[in-house]
Design a protein around this ligand. Sequence first.
Ligand SMILES: Cc1cc2nc3c(=O)[nH]c(=O)nc-3n(C[C@H](O)[C@H](O)[C@H](O)COP(=O)(O)OP(=O)(O)OC[C@H]3O[C@@H](n4cnc5c(N)ncnc54)[C@H](O)[C@@H]3O)c2cc1C
Ligand SMILES: Cc1cc2nc3c(=O)[nH]c(=O)nc-3n(C[C@H](O)[C@H](O)[C@H](O)COP(=O)(O)O)c2cc1C
Length: 579
Amino acid sequence: MDRRLVVLYGSQTGTAKDVAERVARDARRRRFRVLVSAMDDYDRTRLIDEAPVIFVCATMGDGEEPDNMKAFWKFLLRKSWPRDILSNLEYTVFALGDSSYDKFNYPGKKLHKRLQQLDARPFYPKGEGDDQHYLGIDGTLDPWLDGLWQVLLQRFPLPPDQEIISDQELLPPKYRLVPYQGKSTAPPTRSAAPGTIAARVQCNTRMTTAIHFQDVRHVVFSIDEGVRHRPGDIVRLMPSNNAENVDALLSLMGWMAQADDLVLVENTDPDSPVPADIPQPTTLRALLTHHLSPWSRPRRYLFELLSHFATDEQQRDKLVEFCTAAGQDELYSYCHRPKRHCVEVIQDFFAVRNVPATYCFDLFPEMVARDYSLASYAEGKLELCIALVEYKTKLAAPRRGIASEWIRTLGKGDAVPLRVVPGTMTLPDDVNVPIICVGPGTGVAPMKSLIEARIQQGATANLLVFGCRSKAHDFLFEAEWQKHVDAGHLDLWTAFSRDQPAKVYVQHVLLQHGPQVFDWIHYRGAHVYVCGSSNQMPTDVRNALTLIVQNGAGLTHEQAVEYVAGMKKARRYHEETWS
Ligand SMILES: Cc1cc2nc3c(=O)[nH]c(=O)nc-3n(C[C@H](O)[C@H](O)[C@H](O)COP(=O)(O)OP(=O)(O)OC[C@H]3O[C@@H](n4cnc5c(N)ncnc54)[C@H](O)[C@@H]3O)c2cc1C
Ligand SMILES: Cc1cc2nc3c(=O)[nH]c(=O)nc-3n(C[C@H](O)[C@H](O)[C@H](O)COP(=O)(O)O)c2cc1C
């Protein structure tokens, strides 16, 4: 019997990839051979006659597929496929999403439906992970995996002479670091992904006043003369870790002596190739600086791995407990609620010794690129508006965002490789159609590119609804907006939430101007754009617009909800939000 499984993932920020790798490790412990791959890297022609496939599928944008499954998804959607083309395929799906979004787990649900349409058979029910679960994705993943392995071991029993490899046994590392014998002069960094452009920092200045709680940066990059990107595009930046922090980590792990030795990264399993963006040869220091993210939230596997190297029994027991179902609440209190990062965990478990550096890929998550909305429509430059993430938990040290820390240090003239990718928002073709841009905080960034493009097209029916805490401290791009207002190119409505006793937000301002908003939406076919924090704001704005439509058109609440949903379907209502 061929005991082979295939795990295919679609992942934007790495969580679904981590889940896929966890499934693969569990499978190897159960003596399956297993191929793990991003859906787009997989040879899709093999799907017709494939071993059982476990799809792990995250959700991005407004219910969209992650980038590394888009081609696969398009392939599955081909109309020309015979109705029963996948009749030999058995599969299951684990979807990852966040139930605070409207389109909860859409790609996973759609994938499941499409596979069934093509006659593939689910061998195990679909699972749905939810970021809102207090234990995160693991809250639903753990029980789903328990059931999955029961089903698979019934279908594919262990060979008579073999047992499940116990959790007490250390699995081989994902990749091996092999000493490099040749000569190399260039300092290893990161191999550029296709489409990377060379940009230089023109300025990196604080936009908010020094006493404002948040440091928001105006970052401008110069790019090739004459190159202009589309309004609504996204700039994708790959951060690096701070050199001093990397030094401290190398010392903590006892890896300093080998930090700068040239090594080749080789795979230990023929079915798990080394990512193409790792330069060969490289060094451990370069990997920890550019490729891995030790200052991120740990995966559960970190605790399992550390338990193998703990020299103190109590610490080992605690680490093992964190990997059990019973230990999840405690793991949450210790690690996830206060947002400890991997390095802090390793510092806490000081009795962990001699972890071989070759396990670095298993210990730490991969660094993932961060997206920023393009805030300009101009040739030869890219403007961004970036809120540096910093907040407190019960831990003494403030929590700081990985990219935020890196952006803070960028200085004039620094070379930054970046990519520009299409966003989800597009302008109406007709310049007479009004646009209503609702962009509180840094949500105003993409609005700036949209509005600048509209003004260049000669459109004047442009409305910006901007919100922030106070006019004096965080009114982003105030001078630019005023210039457009004075020129008659822009209507500007503002909500300064803390400038008066009662809190005022963008949705309140929309409601105050209900009849005009209704007129633009209903009679002039306005397009609406909502950007910024994914917390409560998008829902509040949608509710306000629903009420405006309800009152304006004399509809019931249900009809008004349908009306706004219809705008979304017709691509007249765009939401681009982030946490
Ligand atoms: C399409 C798109 C466009 C974007 N455009 C912009 C933009 O124009 N400007 C901009 O500033 N950002 C934008 N972002 C967000 C940006 O990509 C990063 O997520 C952000 O800069 C944080 O990255 P980081 O590496 O500094 O933080 P990370 O290290 O990734 O940490 C961020 C995480 O910290 C946690 N967190 C943050 N604040 C708190 C808090 N107060 N309390 C508890 N936990 C918290 C959250 O879990 C959050 O996900 C955009 C995101 C997307 C997807
Ligand atoms: C910018 C952004 C947009 C998202 N949009 C949705 C969405 O529309 N629906 C949903 O269910 N989850 C959404 N999510 C939640 C992610 O799907 C979830 O966090 C998932 O675990 C991410 O997996 P990944 O790290 O593999 O990309 C979104 C997350 C982000 C950061």
